[in-house]
Ligand binder design. Structure first.
Ligand code: F6P
Length: 328
């Protein structure tokens, strides 16, 4: 299908991320700039199936650039994983005379979008919006920078208590299959150890390292544990293991949870979201489809969905080295 695009729909899907509103705003206003109609779809891919649509113009997105969450709401749709669900979504798009779609979300959203594109030859462009930063082909995803700042701020506070009471804190951060938040926030917050799903170094090594640093004069420690980490899979079990195998520290657990997904987006996320939103509409007008708009070396790039969602998350080994050196 390569017909002229006159009407574009936008949705947010999967876990919300700070900056999604800024991306919606950029898409809506970009449509207005190019004299295209814009339709908001509520509750992500599920809203497509249910035809939950609303016309949007530049004023419908006023005062949202600074707001976390997503004005359009979000959902994880299991129905969109079925052929019948996707057919309903396609019929609704046809009925509403929508020519193309911008989806803002993570790998689950892009996977669904790409299947949909393949089945119906329907123009879709994706914008990476997830705090996990686990999408290939883009240096950053919307929400990641804000989440990092939230985590660092929280760990700074935990450090005060850790230090006052000679405690060892295990802090669990989000990132289902990706250690990006743990690794970067861990370095930024000066963590002693960082446990990530991409690297399983074992419990014994962790104990040996904690004992070494205690011997070197440290009176408190912070260990950042990614929720997807294998040895920290059950962070409370890990805390028990440390308590049983190490003297001299009281071990405490803090699970940061969904506070990492909320809050006002950082300036970086607002600018990134604005650039990606404008880039998505540009790409659709130029006839691109089945791609994600990303950022690489501070330039907007167009990456096939198949590249964006393929394979395992890659971790920068240099960062692991920096974490090791600076935690001495
Ligand atoms: O994908 C983003 C993410 O925040 C992950 O880091 C986390 O594992 C997951 O979403 C939690 O999802 P939910 O809020 O749906 O339980």
């Amino acid at each position: 299908m390569n017909r002229e695009i006159k009407r574009i729909a936008v949705l947010t899907s999967g876990g919300d991320a700070p900056g999604m509103n800024a991306a919606i705003r950029a898409v809506v206003r970009s449509c207005a700039y190019h004299n295209l109609e814009c339709v908001g779809v509520f509750r992500g891919l599920q809203g497509l199936i249910e035809g939950d649509f609303k016309e949007m113009g530049p004023r419908s997105v006023k005062n949202i650039i600074n707001r976390g969450g997503t004005l359009l709401k979000s959902a994880r749709s299991t129905e969109f994983r079925t052929k019948e669900g996707r057919k309903k979504a396609f019929d609704n798009l046809q009925k509403a005379e929508i020519d193309a779609l911008v989806v803002i979300g993570g790998d689950g959203t892009f996977t669904g979008a790409s299947v949909f594109n393949g089945e119906f030859d329907y123009p879709i462009v994706g914008i990476p919006g997830t705090i996990d930063n686990d999408i290939n082909g883009t240096d950053y995803t919307i929400g990641y920078d804000t989440a990092l700042n939230t985590v660092v701020e929280a760990i700074d506070k935990i450090r005060d208590t850790a230090n006052s009471h000679n405690r060892l804190f295990l802090v669990e951060v989000m990132g289902r299959d990706a250690g990006d938040i743990a690794l970067n926030a861990g370095i930024g917050a000066g963590a002693e150890e960082i446990l990530i799903p991409e690297q399983d170094l074992g419990k014994e090594r962790l104990i040996a390292s904690l004992k070494r640093s205690k011997k070197s004069g440290k009176s408190s420690s912070i260990v950042v544990v990614s929720e997807g980490d294998q040895i920290g899979k059950n962070i409370f079990g890990l805390a028990d293991y440390i308590s049983e195998n190490m003297d001299g520290y009281e071990v405490k657990v803090t699970v940061l949870g969904h506070i990492q997904r909320g809050g006002s987006p950082s300036c970086y996320d607002r600018v990134l979201a604005s650039r990606l939103g404008v880039g998505a509409v540009d790409a659709l007008i130029e006839g691109y489809r089945d791609i994600m708009i990303g950022i690489a070396n501070n330039k907007i790039v167009r990456v096939p969905f198949s590249e964006a969602i393929k394979g395992d998350n890659k971790i920068d080994l240099d960062l692991i080295r920096v974490a090791d050196i600076t935690s001495l």
